[in-house]
Design a protein around this ligand. Structure first.
Ligand code: KG4
Ligand code: ZN
Length: 342
């Protein structure tokens, strides 16, 4: 089955072609970073308009690169939520209309299911059941994945998402949008131990997170410092260590609670090098294993939507000929993809 995937939930237009026999055939991504940088964050109306401009050329390019014609498609998948409603509508309307015109089924994909399933596109993929840590700009969740499509929330952030905390912290030290990768780059020159920030909520037995207080700690440290490049690097490193340590402690706890030895990490913050190193080390120490997608499949992309859509179409699911999207959407409410194990 050959599925075209469309991602347009936020500030990236992503398109990809996934073939259930041959894997990923082609993908294209357009980032709106330059468009939003002047405003220090994503401007929803500008995002929607830019998706309108870029989506059809990207679809044509992806088809050309894979050597396929529109008539070769067996289905179209598009992100239907969560995300910015105007941006989502561009992908949903285009994807649904294309499927209608071609007479093939369309499938509305949950953006976070796309992230969660992305590691399964890699060689030697994890078998469910597994624990999944979803860390993006809008979400920080620990999920128990009993079977594909069966998601049980173990814990989540009570305020800022991990990526949001990275972005806001970077911004208050004057780093440009998007702050996560910039702050991680600054941290490479930081000296360990010069600053130390707390690990929020690790003394509570639950698997929830809270990252909003960390940015206040950073603000106070930054204001009290001489605000040199070295101060920024030292603070960035201490912040990164605090976030990564907190995520890792709760991941280990989730593995303990579920008795599972497989951890899957997905979403933009999953591209963070220090997080990857720490989770590799800590899971290996306890005889468990962590699975990440390659870094460019951690951040938003069309491939994960094509893949998740392909699995759901193969399971016989599809949408009626109506364009809808869901800016807020609960992952745990999705229909199963396969019978639950055990
Ligand atoms: O999954 P994603 O691309 O979009 C959403 O679904 O939100 O995640 C974007 C988030 C942003 O907050 C970005 O700053 C963060 O992921 N991010 C990183 C890194 N790369 C992206 N955070 C820390 N270190 C990175 N290397
Ligand atoms: Zn995302």
């Amino acid at each position: 089955m050959r599925v075209l995937g469309i991602e347009s939930s936020c500030d990236e237009t992503g398109v990809a072609l996934y073939d259930s026999d041959r894997g990923l055939l082609a993908q294209a991504l357009y980032s709106q970073i330059d468009l939003h940088a002047a405003y220090g964050g994503v401007v929803p109306e500008l995002a929607s308009r830019d998706h309108v401009r870029k989506l059809l050329p990207l679809i044509r390019r992806t088809l050309a690169e894979s050597g396929l014609n529109p008539a070769d498609l067996d289905g179209v998948a598009y992100t239907a939520g969560p995300g910015l409603v105007g941006a989502l509508m561009v992908g949903a309307a285009t994807g649904r209309a294309l499927a209608w015109a071609l007479g093939v089924p369309a499938i509305a994909v949950h953006h976070m299911e796309g992230h969660l399933l992305a590691p399964l596109m890699e060689a030697d993929p994890p078998e469910p059941p597994f624990v999944a840590l979803l860390v993006s700009g809008g979400h920080t969740q620990l999920m128990w994945v009993k079977a594909l499509g069966q998601y049980q929330l173990l814990g989540e952030t009570l305020d800022d998402a991990a990526g949001e905390a990275f972005d806001k912290t970077a911004k208050l030290m004057g780093l440009p949008y998007p702050g996560g990768p910039q702050l991680a780059a600054a941290a490479l020159k930081g000296r360990s131990g010069v600053f130390r920030f707390s690990r929020p909520m690790v003394n509570r037995p639950d698997l929830d997170f809270s990252f909003s207080g960390l940015k206040t700690q950073v603000l106070l440290a930054w204001q009290a410092s001489t605000r040199t490049q070295q101060d920024m690097a030292d603070i960035a490193l201490a912040f990164e260590q605090a976030v990564v340590d907190t995520l890792a402690i709760k991941c280990e706890r989730a593995l303990e609670r579920t008795g599972c030895r497989r951890l899957v990490v997905a979403g933009g913050v999953g591209a963070n090098r220090y997080l990857r190193e720490q989770l590799q080390e800590r899971t290996a120490r306890r005889g468990a294993r962590v699975y990440f997608p390659r870094p460019d499949l951690c951040t938003d992309n069309g491939a994960m939507i094509a893949y998740a859509g392909c699995l759901r179409l193969q399971a016989g699911q599809s949408e009626p000929p109506v364009v809808t999207c869901a800016p807020r959407w609960d992952l745990a409410g999705l229909p199963p993809l396969s019978p639950a194990l055990g």
